[in-house]
Structure formats: C-alpha cells, structure tokens
Design a protein around this ligand. Structure first.
Ligand SMILES: NC(=O)C1=CN([C@@H]2O[C@H](COP(=O)(O)OP(=O)(O)OC[C@H]3O[C@@H](n4cnc5c(N)ncnc54)[C@H](OP(=O)(O)O)[C@@H]3O)[C@@H](O)[C@H]2O)C=CC1
Ligand SMILES: O=C1O[C@H](COP(=O)(O)O)[C@@H](O)[C@H](O)[C@H]1O
Length: 513
C-alpha cells in the first residue's frame, strides 16, 4: 500500500472477533502475540512485516495489546532485525513516528527449529508480554506465522505445540498460519496435513493462499451472487470458455533453487489459479459462512475430470538453466497452460484454461469469460468479436465487459466497445489493502473463509498430481520460449482448440484519471 494513502485511512478500534464469521468461542480481547517464524527470510521482510506495519498504521494492531516476535536461527539482536526490515516498511520515509513506534513492538529470539531451548526462550518472552498486558477477564492470543520452508513445518509445529501453548487456565487461543507450497503432491501434502493435524485442530490452522486476499478475488462471489445480470448467464448455455491467466515479466531470479523443485504448476496454478477457478465455478453457498463457502469449493474440485495430456502445454524460458542453482537438464516448467473440464450440469463442455508463466512480456493476472456468439446475427457483426467479461486482478484492478455497440454516426455499423469499471478511476482515494494484510487480519479475527481447508487442499492435489508426476518423470516435456515473449506458440494453439476466439484489433486501455 502506498504511504501516500495513509491520509485516507481511518483509524480502527481494537480488534474484535466479527460475530458473523466467528469460528471458535474465543475471548475478544487480551494481549496479542504475533510470532513470525523465519523472521530472517525473504517473505518475512517483503510481505509479513510490511503487512503487520500497515495493520498497525490503520489501528488494527494497537501498542497496548500487541507484541511481535521474530524467530529464526540467524543470530540477530532486536535492533538488527529492525534494521533489516526497516527499508521494506518505510517507503523512503525513514523515521516517521508510526514506524519508530511499530519497530519498538518487535523483539527477536534466535533458536533452532527442532530444539526446545529456543522455543522455551520464545515462550518466556511471549509470557512476559502477556503478563504485563493481561487485565481481568482477558485471555492471551498467540498467532504463529510460519514464514519458513515447508520442510521444517512438522518440527516447528511440534515445538510450538509443546513449548509455546498458552497455559490452559488462561484460556485464549493459538493459531498457526502456514505458507504454500503445502506438499509437493497428494501423498506428501496428506502426510504434512496428518502431521500438523495431529497437533492442531482444523480451526487453528490457516493455510494461506495470498490470492484469496486480493481485492478482486474477494469480489468474485459478490459479483456472481449479488447481481441478477449474471445469474442466468453463468453456465454452459451462454459461456463458451473461461481463461484464468497469470503472467510475470521476470524470471526466477534468486529463487531458482526453490523454483526448480516445484515448477509453475505447484507455484501458481495448483493454488492461486485453482482458488480463483473455484470461486468462478462453484455453486452458490448456503451462506457466506466460511464452511459453507469451502464446502462448495470442495464440491466443484471433486467434479473436475482427470487432465488429459493433450490439454497441457509446458514451457521453459531460454536461459532458465543458466542459474547455477538449476540443473542443466531441468525439465521444470516455468510456463504451463492446462485445461480443466468440469463434469456437472452447469459446466459440462466449458473449458477452463489456467495459464501461468514467468519471464513473459507483461505482468498481470486476469480472468476472461468469453460468451458464445449471438444466434441469428442480423448485424453481421459476429466477426468483430464475442462478448467477454474480463476481471483484471492486477495490476490496475478493473472489470470490463466487451460488447458490441452501434458506431456513433449516421451509418448503421457496429463496433466493439466496453462497459468499464476501473477501480482507480471509480474509487479514487480508496485504499486497496495488500493481500497479506487482509489475511493476517482475518487470522486474528478467526475468519477462515479465505484460507484453504484440508479437504480442499487434498482435492487440489488430486487434480494435479498425475500430471506433476508425469512431468517429474520426464514423460511430459517443456517446449522452449523466449523470455519477454507471450510464451510458447503451442499455448495459443491450445487456446484456439479450446474454442477461444480472439478479437483482433481491439485493445482495452485502462482509463487515465
Ligand atoms: N518469498 C516469497 O515471495 C514467497 C514465499 N512463500 C513461502 O513462504 C515461505 C518462506 O519463504 P521465504 O521467506 O522466501 O524463504 P527463505 O528461504 O527466505 O527462508 C525463510 C527463513 O527460513 C530459514 N531457512 C531457510 N532454509 C531453511 C532450511 N532448509 N531449513 C531450515 N530453515 C531454513 C532461514 O532462517 P534462519 O536460517 O535464520 O533460520 C530463512 O531466513 C516458504 O514456504 C515459501 O514457499 C510464499 C509466497 C511468496
Ligand atoms: O506465490 C507466489 O506468488 C508470486 C506472485 O504474487 P503476486 O501477488 O505478485 O501476483 C510469485 O512471484 C511467486 O513465484 C509465487 O511463489
């Protein structure tokens, strides 16, 4: 969030659990400890601490109840950790009062991820904070954020369960946020789920997928179920094909070692794009309660047919293997286009094309719903293009409908135009929160709506595991593409085969203010 937006932010009162979303019978107030495990790492400095700072600036975290603890193996003093993260919070304005006060809330404890000593020291530091802040009738709240490689989740979860659980007589809660990738395939994800599930109940586990925290992703259910327009059209009778696309204009720079073990399907498609897919394709939930929404997501995932090889295109950009941490013979895809087909009454025959790539020609993520042609084309305008509803998730959040209108003037000719809802123009001055900010706030409030439930994750892995095993086994190969391009031409051919008809000569330009 831009620092310049700070002026438009409202200060909020102390955190309260929202009744309509309450998942546990928890006390609403009491000292709050946020523990960032892996505090020395990349995610912590780039996302977790900035999100916490933004929550603090907006008054969602208050000095009289919150303390933040960083934990990692690296030996650091409190001040050294603060100096490491300062630059990621300040946006160039180094010593604002808010920043200085926020940094003072942070303490650092160093220790191993599998030894009790460090976790006992962490527990002691948290307990001191709680003892100093606890008032009668209140209970401590502990939020553990695992900004760590998944390989250490089991041991870290054991340590926090055994050494950092608040004393039973104090009540309160403890919640654990785990990052993706949650496993590498169905079997490993299930094993990890069992290990963590043996220690914590499902309402304590927050499997984060930061795409679920993006403004326009959160808008999808509202769009679909609060607008009469869409209700009758959102099905196989009217929709021809759906694309969910993620593009990045940079490669795996600095993350090659991690990326090569996972690839683009595990990094983006199996989680981020599949979550968007669920929200687009699921049936209407009974209510907006987290469990009702997640029940519907599971159902639609269960209706996805096995992926066929001919519905997959894999790519790897030229130069990817030049990274010294990537093997020369790597078959890891940095690009993939995969068609999902749903076997149900609403979607039979409608391809959902999920496409993601690194080192492409642009950075954007959007959803493109292409409608079928109008029967009985009396204006002979079919060639000009089909109706499309496009949801631009990022950057420049927007949604627009491509439609055919009469060209202004004396002639009766038609032209493609759009109904455009560009957020920057329509909601001037509004602050769109960072995904992590929103999701951490949800965790504090006990709202699991935007987190992935265990059975949902299992279904997601069921869909992709056969393809992933075939890639890992070298049976499905990547084609090369040029960095800075659209990706492999084979992906465009796949799209055409799926029935997508491109509108030539039409480009949507985000309106300027
Ligand atoms: N970075 C990003 O942009 C994103 C990351 N994620 C996920 O978030 C989690 C953290 O990511 P990120 O911060 O990039 O990871 P890092 O590689 O930066 O690791 C975080 C910290 O974990 C410790 N660590 C690193 N490797 C190991 C290891 N093999 N064994 C034990 N400890 C280790 C290090 O701390 P120390 O040595 O001090 O203990 C390190 O500072 C991962 O699950 C990642 O997939 C998800 C989305 C985006
Ligand atoms: O989870 C991940 O997401 C980022 C892209 O996130 P965005 O919010 O900037 O779209 C991606 O770069 C990274 O590879 C992946 O691990």
């Amino acid at each position: 969030m831009a620092a310049s937006n700070a002026g438009t932010m409202e200060k909020r009162g102390s955190l309260k659990t929202t009744d309509s979303f309450r998942t546990e019978n928890v006390p609403e107030t009491g000292p709050l400890a946020i523990i960032v495990l892996g505090a020395s790492g990349d995610l912590a400095k780039k996302k977790t601490f900035p999100a916490l700072f933004n929550l603090y600036r907006q008054g969602f975290l208050q000095s009289d109840e919150v303390a933040i603890f960083g934990y990692a193996r690296t030996k650091l003093s409190d001040d050294e950790l603060r100096d490491r993260i300062r630059g990621y919070l300040s946006h160039g304005k180094d010593n604002t009062e808010d920043l200085t006060k926020f940094l003072q809330l942070i303490k650092y404890v160093s220790g191993a991820y599998d030894a009790e000593e460090g976790f006992r020291a962490l527990d002691k530091a948290i307990a001191e904070h709680e003892a100093s802040k606890l008032s009668p009738g209140e209970s401590p709240r502990r939020l553990f954020y695992l900004a760590l490689p998944p390989s250490v989740y089991p041991s870290v979860c054991k340590m926090i369960k055994f050494y950092c659980t608040p004393k039973a007589d104090l009540g309160g809660w403890m919640r654990v946020v785990v990052e993706k990738p949650f496993g590498k395939d169905l079997a490993s994800a299930e094993e990890l789920s069992s290990q963590i599930g043996a220690l914590f109940d499902e309402p304590q586990i927050y499997r984060i997928d930061h795409y679920l925290g993006k403004e326009l992703v959160q808008n999808l259910l509202v769009l679909r179920f609060a607008n009469r327009f869409f209700l009758p059209l959102w099905n196989r009778d009217h929709i021809d094909n759906v694309q969910i696309v993620f593009r990045e204009d940079f490669g795996t720079e600095g993350r090659g070692g991690y990326f090569d073990q996972y690839g683009i399907i595990r990094d983006i498609i199996q989680n981020h794009l599949l979550q968007v897919f669920c929200l687009l394709a699921m049936e209407k939930p009974v209510s907006i309660k987290p469990e009702h929404i997640r029940d519907e997501k599971v159902k639609v995932l269960q209706s996805v047919l096995p992926i066929k090889d001919e519905d997959v295109v894999l790519g790897q950009y030229d130069g990817y293997t030049e990274d010294p941490t990537v093997p020369d013979n790597s078959n890891t895809p940095t690009f993939a286009s995969v068609i999902l087909r749903i076997h149900n009454e609403r979607w039979e025959g409608v391809p959902f094309i999920l496409k993601a790539g690194k080192a492409l020609n642009s950075r954007k993520a959007d959803v493109r719903i292409q409608f079928k042609e109008v029967p009985g084309d009396i204006f002979k305008c079919q060639k000009q293009g089909r109706n499309e509803f496009v949801i631009r998730l990022q950057p420049s959040e927007a949604m627009y409908m491509k439609l055919t209108v009469k060209q202004p003037g004396l002639e009766m000719s038609t032209v493609q135009s759009e109904l455009d809802l560009s957020y920057r123009q329509r909601y001037q001055g509004a602050v769109i929160p960072e995904a992590y900010e929103r999701l951490i706030l949800d965790t504090i409030r006990g709202d699991q709506q935007h987190f992935v439930r265990r059975d949902e994750l299992k279904e997601a892995w069921e869909i992709f595991t056969p393809v992933l095993h075939r890639i890992d086994g070298g049976e499905l190969k990547c084609v090369k593409y040029k960095p800075g391009s659209r990706g492999p031409t084979e992906a465009d051919e796949l799209l055409q085969r799926a029935g997508y008809v491109q509108t030539h000569g039409y480009i949507w330009v985000p309106p300027s203010l």
